[in-house]
Design a protein around this ligand. Structure first.
Ligand code: MV4
Length: 604
């Protein structure tokens, strides 16, 4: 049995892995970047080792992490998700150093990292794949002839891609050349490979994935499916299992196909096969060779500890149960609570969580590394907690989800909780009729309209002098001065608010066209100083992905001018100033510090 494991990760998943190790009596080694010194995973582990270098990069530093693993004399490394979890070179380096990598073999990780190879492997195993090529394409003429064969729209995808990066949808022949070049460029810049392939594009499919787990003795089982359709820009907002309104016959075929696909790879460890589902048809998309963020819902309905089993099979044990031992009970939903502001285009909201109180309720599980006073750092993703609820039925889980989300008290940063509550009230969601488009197509606009209307209403229900409400919702300034009192009438106590009805200054509502970013603040500052009018600055460290204007362009208020990436999230930058672009200080691909000057827009 392993005696000591290094967890090559941070945040909630590091905490989750430590919990599994504790149950197994395995010692744990945490690693941390300088700003992570006070993180919960560091406190919980038996040993903690400091990583040297830039906070944004150190959890990816193969050599340093492996060196610590050797010096700490661990038997195995658990990579969690993200960071090095799907890096076959790191997995191989661990094995070469005599340290078990808790995951599938480096060869399987490498093969599944190539989407064309994964498609080929699944096709060979008889798993349905989206109609398309299993060979890379480079010639626009060939793409056009493939499009004629499958019919528009088609998708051009980076073979090394995933999660929406390097994916281009092509709706007609005129778009082929640009889309091809753009997919190749993104593939090269994000994944180091310009290899792309073509698929028929399905317009509004469901995204359903199957959890599998295998051992090193050739056994592979599934642990059911998860519906992950409720997403926005490839960021999942909630996941549930079982998938609502999936016919028993389709479900059985899907699960069987996933096991067949995984078994054909002699898959060991936990993994996920992603599918697109349209009506009664399903198509393989990709394999994720790691434990996933949403694994807890599967644990809730099966009672099976995926992380513990991952460690046990990595140690050479046979799976602790067979397919017929797996029983599914009830319904589970996970809410990914992110420190993001849905009203500001889901802009990450780093900062100090000055109030933090988790719901204490039955049927609720919370996986989180957060505590009161914890600082959400701009270097990492903005996942603050995962709230998981269980119910005997989907309806019961939804009601429990609403109560739990409403009882969560988080102040200091904005969170996605208000938006997740809106999803639970959405008619399509209630009916189980989700697809990968409905959140962006219907829900986001309705949410913004509703919340801006309520902010502009005559009386604010929000507490005064508290910038962030209990659900992480940004409060506007109070419209009237209002105080709360209690009045007792024949023993019954009533809460009343007494409002000062004398004229008050008009409330600020967040302007819909200014989106996010500091162009807003810069222009406000400009009005004050008059000297730096139209300076567009970033609010965080990050990467300039795309510039949508050039020097000399005329821009209008609300125009999208650049795409920026911070905390692993793409952000669109809109200008709050109209005028002419007079200076551009950065180029696509540049990494910039917080408050760096991107460009200057001079008012006409
Ligand atoms: C697709 C697709 C429709 N047709 N491929 C997006 C992320 C990447 N992993 C694959 N993605 C998609 N591929 C074809 N041929 C639609 C998506 C897609 C999507 C997939 C899963 C979950 C959410 C999504 C949101 C938008 C688009």
């Amino acid at each position: 049995m392993f005696k000591k494991i290094l967890i090559a990760n941070r945040g909630e998943i590091a905490v989750r892995v430590i919990a599994a190790c504790r149950e197994l009596g395995i010692q744990t080694v945490a690693i941390f970047s300088d700003p992570d010194r006070e993180s919960r995973h560091v406190h919980l582990a038996d040993e903690h080792w400091r990583l040297e270098g830039q906070p944004a990069r150190v959890y990816l530093d193969h050599a340093q992490i492996l060196d610590i693993a050797k010096r700490a004399q661990v038997d195995a490394v658990h990579p969690g998700y993200g960071f090095l979890s799907e890096n076959s070179e790191f997995a191989q380096a661990c094995l070469d150093g005599g340290i078990k990598f808790i995951g599938p073999t480096p060869e399987v990780i490498r093969r599944m990292g190539s989407k064309v190879e994964a498609r080929r492997a699944m096709e060979a195993a008889g798993v349905p794949v989206v109609p398309g090529t299993t060979d890379p394409v480079t010639d626009p003429q060939i793409v056009k002839s493939l499009a004629t064969k499958y019919g528009y729209p088609i998708a051009i995808k980076a073979s090394a891609g995933g999660g929406g990066r390097g994916l281009k949808v092509v709706r007609n022949e005129q778009e082929v050349e640009n889309a091809l070049a753009s997919a190749q460029r993104e593939g090269l810049s994000y994944f180091g490979s310009n290899e792309v392939y073509v698929e028929k594009y399905l317009d509004a499919p469901r995204h359903i994935e199957v959890q599998v787990i295998g051992d090193e003795h050739g056994n592979v089982i599934h642990l059911g499916e998860r519906d992950c359709s409720s997403q926005r820009r490839h960021q999942k907002l909630l996941e549930e299992t079982p998938a609502a309104k999936l016919g028993e016959e389709v479900r059985a075929r899907l699960l069987e196909a996933a096991v067949r696909g995984a078994a054909s790879l002699q898959y060991s460890s936990a993994g996920t096969l992603e599918f697109l589902v349209s009506g009664d048809d399903f198509y393989f998309l990709e394999v994720n060779t790691r434990v996933q963020v949403e694994h807890p819902i599967t644990e809730m309905v099966t009672g099976f500890d995926i992380v513990k089993e991952q460690i046990l099979v990595a140690d050479g044990n046979k799976l602790s149960l067979s397919q017929s031992d797996v029983e599914f009970r009830g319904h589970a939903i996970e809410f990914r609570i992110n420190a993001e502001d849905a009203l500001k285009n889901f802009m990450p909201s780093p900062g100090v969580v000055h109030t933090y109180s988790e719901p204490r309720l039955p049927w609720v599980r919370i996986d989180s590394a957060c505590y009161q006073g914890y600082q959400i750092l701009p270097f990492y993703d903005s996942l603050l907690a995962k709230l998981i609820v269980w119910g005997r039925t989907r309806e019961e889980a939804i009601v429990r989800g609403k109560i739990a989300l409403s009882s969560y008290e988080i102040k200091g940063v904005a969170t996605t909780i208000p938006f997740q509550l809106a999803i639970l009230d959405d008619a399509k969601f209630r009916a189980g009729e989700m697809n990968t488009k409905y959140v962006e197509a219907d829900l986001v606009k309705a949410f913004i309209a509703k919340n801006q209307a309520s902010l502009a209403g005559p009386v604010s229900e929000k507490k005064t002098n508290d910038p962030v409400g209990s659900n992480g919702q940004l409060n506007s300034e109070p419209l009237k001065h209002s105080r709360n009192f209690e009045v007792e009438v024949n023993q019954r106590v009533y809460k009343v608010a007494v409002t000062d009805t004398s004229p008050a200054p008009k409330a600020k509502t967040s302007s819909p066209q200014t989106g996010r970013v500091l162009s807003e603040r810069a222009s406000a500052k400009a009005t004050v100083t008059g000297s730096n009018s139209g300076e567009v600055r970033t609010s965080m460290n990050g990467l300039v992905k795309e510039l949508l204007v050039k020097v000399g362009d005329l821009v209008s208020i609300g125009q999208k001018i650049a795409i920026f990436e911070a905390m692993k999230m793409e952000q669109e930058i809109f200008t709050a100033t109209a005028g002419k672009v007079t200076k551009i200080e950065v180029k696509a691909g540049d990494t910039v510090e917080a408050a760096a000057l991107l460009m200057v827009i001079s008012e006409k």
